[in-house]
Design a protein around this ligand. Structure first.
Ligand code: IPE
Ligand code: IPE
Ligand code: MG
Length: 225
C-alpha cells in the first residue's frame, strides 16, 4: 500500500498517562501536546501529506472547567508558538470543529494560524477542536435542506468541514480504546484502523513507523474482490 496520503490520529490517553505518574491530568495534556508537535513533523517527513489530529471533541467540552481551562491554555500556547514552526516546515494549518464553542481569543488565534500558514505546500495539518462527527453531519444536512435539492455523495462531501481534504487512509487511536468517539464518521467509511495500547504521550515516532508499516502490508478492497 505504500505510505498513506492522509493519517488521522485520535490522541487518547493523556489523563491516564499523567495519573500513572501521579501528575495532574493537565500535565498529561501538556506532554501530549509536545508529542503531537514532534509526531506530526515525523509523519510529514515520512511522506504523509495530510495529518488530522483529534485534539478536543464536542463531548470533551463537558469535562470539569479546571481541565478545560488547562486545555484552552495549551491551545493558546500551541497557536502562538507552533505556527511559525509550521511556516518554516512549509505546512499549512487548518482547524475544523465548532470554534464558536471555544473562548473567542482561541478561535481568533486558530483563524490567524490558518492565514499565516496558508502558503504551506509540503503538507496540511488539520487540527480537530470542538469537533464532532455527528454535529458535522447534522450541519451538512441542514445546509443541504436549506439548499432545497437532493445531493449525491460528492455534493454532500462538499458540505463537510473536510471538503478540501481526501478521506483518511489510516486512522490511529492511542490509549488502548477501540472506538471512534465521534471522529470523522463519514470520512472514515473505508479507512484502515490501527489501535495502540500506548497512551498518547508515550506514543513515539517509532510507534508511528510501526503503524505505517502495518498499513503498508494491508490490502484495501473497498467492497470489491
Ligand atoms: C485525550 O486524552 C485528550 C483529550 C480528550 C482532550 P484524555 O484526556 O481522554 O485521556 P484519558 O483517556 O482520560 O487517559
Ligand atoms: C476522544 O477521546 C477525543 C479525543 C482524543 C480528542 P475521549 O477520551 O474523549 O473518548 P472516550 O470518552 O473514551 O470515548
Ligand atoms: Mg480519553
Amino acid at each position: 500500500m505504500g505510505i498513506p496520503r492522509h493519517v488521522a490520529i485520535i490522541m487518547d490517553g493523556n489523563g491516564r498517562w499523567a495519573k500513572k505518574r501521579l501528575l495532574p491530568r493537565v500535565a498529561g495534556h501538556r506532554e501530549g501536546m509536545k508529542r503531537m508537535v514532534s509526531l506530526s513533523d515525523h509523519a510529514f517527513d515520512a511522506g504523509v501529506e495530510y495529518v488530522t489530529l483529534y485534539a478536543l471533541s464536542c463531548e470533551n467540552l463537558f469535562r470539569p472547567q479546571a481541565e478545560l481551562d488547562g486545555l484552552f491554555e495549551l491551545f493558546r500556547t500551541y497557536f502562538t508558538q507552533n505556527v511559525e514552526h509550521l511556516v518554516q516546515k512549509n505546512i499549512s494549518l487548518r482547524v475544523i470543529g465548532d470554534l464558536a464553542l471555544l473562548p473567542s481569543d482561541i478561535a481568533l488565534l486558530a483563524r490567524k494560524g490558518e492565514e499565516r500558514t496558508a502558503g504551506g505546500t509540503r503538507g496540511t495539518l488539520v487540527l480537530a477542536v470542538a469537533y464532532g462527527g455527528r454535529q458535522e453531519l447534522l450541519s451538512a444536512v441542514n445546509a443541504a435542506v436549506r439548499g432545497g435539492k437532493e445531493l449525491d455523495e460528492e455534493g454532500f462531501r462538499g458540505l463537510l468541514s473536510t471538503a478540501e481534504f481526501p478521506d483518511p487512509d489510516l486512522l490511529i487511536r492511542t490509549g488502548n480504546e477501540k472506538r471512534l468517539s465521534n471522529f470523522l464518521l463519514w470520512q472514515s467509511a473505508y479507512t484502515e484502523l490501527y489501535f495502540s495500547e500506548k497512551m498518547f504521550p508515550a506514543f513515539t515516532d517509532a510507534d508511528l513507523d510501526r503503524a505505517l508499516k502495518d498499513y503498508a502490508g494491508r490490502e484495501r478492497r473497498y467492497g470489491r474482490i
